[in-house]
Design a protein around this ligand. Structure first.
Ligand code: URA
Ligand code: SF4
Length: 214
């Protein structure tokens, strides 16, 4: 990456702190180079009063086209798990650490590229503002990128997934796999097991919330 590229979304934050103002300002964010090849900013979506915030890694191909988070295959896995736990997605808030889709073109396909440390750091002011405004009771960190961005780089998903974490972010914070990890499993059995473990993790967080999660 060009060293002269900007690496901070902070100058693009709006003066007025509301979800609407943030979302509008994020549309014009040029805080890092990722906006250029992408279609649009994919900001978080959901209720200002959401009790639960779900944080993914980064907009994917489908999200980039639609302008909304978790609307592609990973979103379907997420929806399936939420339905099973009894969480109404419309009452949660769904977002990502990185708001523009990073990809590599291979023929007609756009292949997801993992966001790097600098891109995560550049984009994080948006997520910090979202969390600060919503102040949810629970936060689900979906995958290592989200967990490391919010808990710290030393966080190890394999060791610490599925249990409540001690964090200042919210009273109840839990990390689990990213739903796309389910899709990457080769055989049905492994996929089924990942799906079940993912659902179990989300259920543990939901049950921990006051009033047993709704
Ligand atoms: N993966 C993510 O992390 N977020 C999305 O919105 C879609 C896929
Ligand atoms: Fe701004 Fe984040 Fe997009 Fe980079 S990825 S341009 S920091 S919104």
């Amino acid at each position: 990456m060009d060293a002269a590229e900007p690496n901070d979304a902070t100058p693009f934050l709006p003066e007025r702190r509301s979800l609407k103002a943030l979302r509008e300002a994020a549309r014009g964010c040029r805080g890092c180079h990722l906006w250029r090849p992408a279609t649009q900013t994919v900001f978080g979506e959901g209720l200002r009063r959401a009790r639960l915030v779900l944080v993914g890694e980064m907009a994917g191909d489908r999200e980039d086209r639609a302008g909304a988070p978790f609307v592609g295959p990973a979103g379907r896995e997420l929806d399936r798990a939420l339905a099973e736990v009894g969480i109404d997605r419309r009452e949660a808030y769904v977002t990502n650490v990185v708001k523009h889709f990073k990809f590599e073109e291979r023929g007609k396909r756009r292949i997801h590229k993992k966001p790097g440390r600098l891109e995560v750091a550049a984009c994080k002011p948006w997520l910090d503002e979202e969390l600060d405004l919503i102040r949810p009771e629970g936060i689900a960190l979906l995958g290592a990128t989200a967990a490391q961005a919010l808990v710290g780089p030393a966080f190890r998903l394999r060791a610490d997934r599925g249990r409540l974490l001690d964090s200042d972010l919210a009273p109840f914070v839990l990390a689990t796999i990213h739903p796309s990890a389910i899709l990457r499993e080769r055989d049905d059995r492994a996929r089924h097991e990942e799906r079940r473990a993912f659902t179990t993790d989300l259920a543990a967080l939901w049950k921990a919330l006051p009033q047993g999660g709704g």
